[in-house]
Design a protein around this ligand. Sequence first.
Ligand SMILES: Cc1cc2nc3c(=O)[nH]c(=O)nc-3n(C[C@H](O)[C@H](O)[C@H](O)COP(=O)(O)OP(=O)(O)OC[C@H]3O[C@@H](n4cnc5c(N)ncnc54)[C@H](O)[C@@H]3O)c2cc1C
Length: 526
Amino acid sequence: MLRELHLRLPLPQADSRDARLRAAARELHLPLHRIRGLRLLKQSIDARQRVICKQLHCLVAVDEPLPPPPPLPTAPPPLPAGSPRILIIGAGPAGLFAALRCIELGTCPVILERGKDVSSRRFDLRPINCEGVVPPDSNYCFGEGGAGAFSDGKLYTRATKRGDVSQIYRYFVAHGADPSILTDSHPHIGSDKLPRIIQSIRRSILNAGGEIHFNTRVCSLLRSADRRRAVGAISADGREWLAESVILATGHSARDIYRMLAAEGLLMERKTFAVGVRIEHPQALIDAAQYHLKRGQIRPDFLPAARYSLATTIRDRGVHSFCMCPGGFIVPTATEGDEVVVNGMSLSRRNSPFANSGFVVTVTPEDTDDLAPEFGALSGIAWQKRLEQACARAGGGGMKAPAQRVSDFLAHRASDSLRKSNYRPGLTPFDLRELLPRGICERMDEALRLFERNIPGFTGEDGLLIGTETRTSSPVRIPRDSDSLQHPQLAGLFPCAEGAGYAGGIISAAMDGRLCAEAAVNSKKL
Ligand SMILES: Cc1cc2nc3c(=O)[nH]c(=O)nc-3n(C[C@H](O)[C@H](O)[C@H](O)COP(=O)(O)OP(=O)(O)OC[C@H]3O[C@@H](n4cnc5c(N)ncnc54)[C@H](O)[C@@H]3O)c2cc1C
């Protein structure tokens, strides 16, 4: 007999196999010898009370052995010569997972990626951090692995309606990720491990006969003679790439792609996004609050760096923490040299002394109305860009970011000095109320005071606000038919994932990549 059980055990015993088996036997009122096996399905830390526990969702085998676990995906067989070709623009999570799915369905993916392979790309991060120089096609957003390559690698998503999330986790494990991501309720990989996994996915694609072309920036689409179907793309070096269909998975920072689509006369829509700052605290402050540590007590080794997720609504606008990175780093994620944009990443051990998170407020299309006459559907992008440029001026150049202590922000004064942060280009004291729109600052102010109740010290002088976090999601949606997933005005064009407004984060982008691949393969041309 197989039974699913929810067990709650205090740490660190919860990590002991014996303790779990005994707890299962107790829960089922059975002698221990009848429990033949126990498999963890999901686990999470419950720190709501003083005794910190793990919640364990387990499959328990009574009087019979456990069935084998769901298999990991195996390497796809090589594609037959002459397989139909699907062009995939962008090698972020969406593009890579679209390519894997194309191969499984017997079509040959041809990925065009503006940036470098993930190993070479690393060397371009140094000039960004140390000299404030942003290589336009190779940075924290562009290059193999996309924006997810040098990130926290959080794999948590709420987008479960789009498909089987665990299937995506199994692909990551098959390509070298730690199997614990299959059972952690908030799995993460870390920037030190992600590049090797991305390389392994690349090998699977190439070994099966797919193609990946780096340093190949797409600058226009190729259309059929009647201009009603996308049949390929042209790259900046003038090469033409013909295919049966085109999956556009260029992410939310490829502003040249939105401009290209606008110039082609293709419909795009404005959408809601969110803008604010990164907020950084000593990790010890977050640990103390989340794990109820006594003054001066250090987090025990068996507990991971604590995380938080905070959200409220103030005058009809969401204000929330975003992409929180326990034990992480704040990084400069601009894609052009005249802007400052910040985001967060971390290593697998999440062992930096700081915790950071986006702290953002909803921005609606109406907020960017004044720019609509000039920029149309791209008014949100123009609005973002203005803020990013103002942020660069406030920082004083070299990717330095304007920053303020939380306590000073609440007191309406610029900070005289700032504590050490791990944002490498450096910080410039600045009153962020002079930078961000009033409606955003007022809501941030009210939300901070509320969040202080959840995390004592959140608004103290050890908290830093660092400007600005503008690229939370795309301010533009590229429409697509809900069944065929093709652009309503251009058959054969599949707007995909975050850049098209259908995903937010690594996992949902990967799932949307797979969906677009299935739609492209099933489209009538193939
Ligand atoms: C620093 C940082 C940390 C993050 N942390 C997390 C996290 O922990 N967890 C999480 O879920 N999400 C995180 N994100 C967000 C996540 O990375 C994105 O949601 C995800 O990568 C989106 O996937 P995508 O494939 O849609 O687009 P992208 O990842 O943006 O990939 C788009 C790709 O298209 C390429 N491209 C763009 N234009 C062209 C062109 N004209 N021609 C050819 N190629 C082009 C780009 O170079 C890029 O490789 C983070 C993002 C950043 C920047």
